[in-house]
Design a protein around this ligand. Structure first.
Ligand code: PLP
Length: 487
């Protein structure tokens, strides 16, 4: 045997060196005690199988089979398996209501009520006054009517479900008239023509992309018409030579023909955002006042609550929607329903909303405060990213998000991070963005113009970012000792 070969042989482990599952388990009694034999044995088997594959490929170091090393690897594996897949992240994208990051944040007041309510029986469908069966809608219907001026209200899983249910209940097998300028697509699978088909209604398009007139609706109404529909073009704007028919005019036309008018508002804010200098979104209460029979909107967009679809309007029409069999399949569960009730209750004290409701609190954060925060955090972030990246304070433009007000942006501030090397900037940025995503609390920014942008509007506590910087420095130091990955 050649001496070098035996040296190599001495460092690499062979399959026969790998202990059995039972031997490995015997070394970790505390782990087995904590999680039970079955779970730990499955993880041990998977770990040892992986090692065996690497041993066969002569890739396994002997040192990896040290009893303490193996035990640590097994424990790490168990912890990893039991770590939730859904995790808290820091949203530094600048988009406040970010659909990919869970949309609106629930208010503390809403969250505080949930543990006690969810770990015990509650009156979800039990009428405490009569002692008989109750209706889960009644938990929020009164509040919704009070806040929007509606005669009646019902709630479902999300606004897509609200639209689907309203169309199916009111226009199944018949025609719905919609302007060509309003045939929206929201996030891929929700496209108005497809929703219409799924609800079993026939879409009758009227007008053109940029202009639709009252006579277009009038001319399209026939014996098969079941309703007129207005869709808020929440995620785009048609600008220039445009004309749309407002709700009041449309309601007059619909009612003259004995038809209901349904409005899908999308975000639908219950309070006028203009009072805080924010761009204005139409309010459900205005739509109802203008004569809409049904208005639908989301619970987790500007409302600032859990995922939900809110359907408010005239009593008789809401009753038809509520009684439609599909409602049962789309109903809200007790967890978001309790959160919705608590969120709606916050609206009873409107002056407190910008404090109590996170969505509004973030949207109304003063620009000067965000700028000061950027100045405060810049040195520590720069320190953590030495010596490869330059970190500077910048004015930036954020967004409300989730389809609300796509054109207007939110003046904001934050940090921009630029790689210092002249070459490989794209890769250096991707590497940094990836490392930020792998932090204990992942930090999500966005890459644009050869820089990584961290908008601080949604960072309410400096500590939340500061706490991640230690892990970040370790990476930067490791990366600068090992030039290859970033070059
Ligand atoms: C967001 C939106 C929807 C879908 O609402 P979800 O609550 O996400 O289901 C439907 N219509 C419009 C106009 C929207 O903006």
């Amino acid at each position: 045997m050649k001496p070098e070969a035996s040296v190599v042989h001495g460092l690499k482990a062979e399959p026969k060196d790998i202990p059995s599952v039972d031997r490995l388990l015997a070394r970790v009694p505390a782990l087995v005690e904590a999680h039970g034999h079955r779970f730990v044995a499955d993880e041990a088997r998977a770990l040892l199988d992986g090692l065996r594959v690497r041993a066969l490929a002569t890739e396994l170091e002997r040192s990896e089979l040290e009893p303490a090393t193996l035990a640590a690897a097994l424990e790490a594996r168990c912890v990893q398996r039991l770590t939730p897949r859904i995790r808290r992240v820091l949203n530094l994208t600048g988009t406040v209501i970010h659909t990919n990051l869970g949309r609106s944040l629930l208010a503390d007041a809403a969250l505080a009520e949930l543990p006690a309510l969810m770990s015990a029986p509650n009156n979800l469908e039990y009428d405490l006054a009569s002692g008989g069966r109750g209706d889960r809608d009644s938990l929020v219907e009164g509040l919704l009517c009070e806040l929007t001026g509606a005669e009646a209200a019902t709630v479902v899983n999300n606004n897509a479900a609200a639209v689907l249910l309203s169309i199916a209940a009111l226009a199944g097998g018949r025609e719905v008239i919609v302007s060509r300028g309003e045939l929206v697509e929201i996030g891929g699978a929700f496209r108005m023509p497809d929703v219409m088909a799924a609800a079993g209604a026939r879409l009758v398009e009227v007008g053109t992309t940029n202009r639709t007139h009252p006579r277009d609706y009038e001319n399209a109404i026939g014996p098969q018409t079941a309703m007129l529909m207005k869709v808020h073009t929440s995620n785009y704007r048609v600008q220039g030579f445009t004309s749309a028919v407002d709700e009041a005019t449309l309601a007059e036309i619909a009612h003259r023909h004995g038809l209901p008018l349904v409005s899908d508002l999308g975000s639908g804010s219950l309070v006028d955002l203009a009072q805080w200098g924010l761009p204005r979104e139409p309010l459900p209460q205005e739509m109802l006042k203008a004569g809409c029979d049904v208005v639908t909107f989301s619970g987790d967009k500007l409302l600032g609550g859990p995922q939900a679809g809110l359907i408010v309007g005239k009593k008789a029409v809401i009753e038809r929607i509520r009684k439609f069999p599909m409602k049962r399949a789309l109903r809200m569960s007790k967890l978001p329903l309790a959160a919705l009730e608590a969120t709606l209750r916050l609206y009873l004290q409107p002056e407190r909303l910008t404090k109590d409701l996170p969505t509004l609190r973030l949207l109304t954060r003063p620009l000067a405060e965000i700028e000061r925060q950027a100045q405060r955090l810049q040195p520590a972030v720069q320190q953590a990213l030495q010596p490869r990246y330059a970190v500077s304070v910048r004015a930036m433009q954020g967004q409300i998000g989730s389809g609300s007000l796509p054109v207007e942006s939110l003046p904001s501030a934050g940090l921009v991070i630029a790689p210092l090397a002249a070459k490989g900037r794209g890769r250096a940025l991707e590497a940094l963005a990836k490392v930020l995503r792998e932090l204990p609390v992942p930090v999500i920014g966005r890459i644009a113009d050869d820089m990584l942008w961290l908008d601080l509007r949604c960072l309410e506590r400096d500590e939340d970012l500061a706490a991640q910087l230690a892990s970040l420095s370790r990476w930067t130091i490791a990366a600068s000792n090992d030039e290859a990955p970033l070059e």
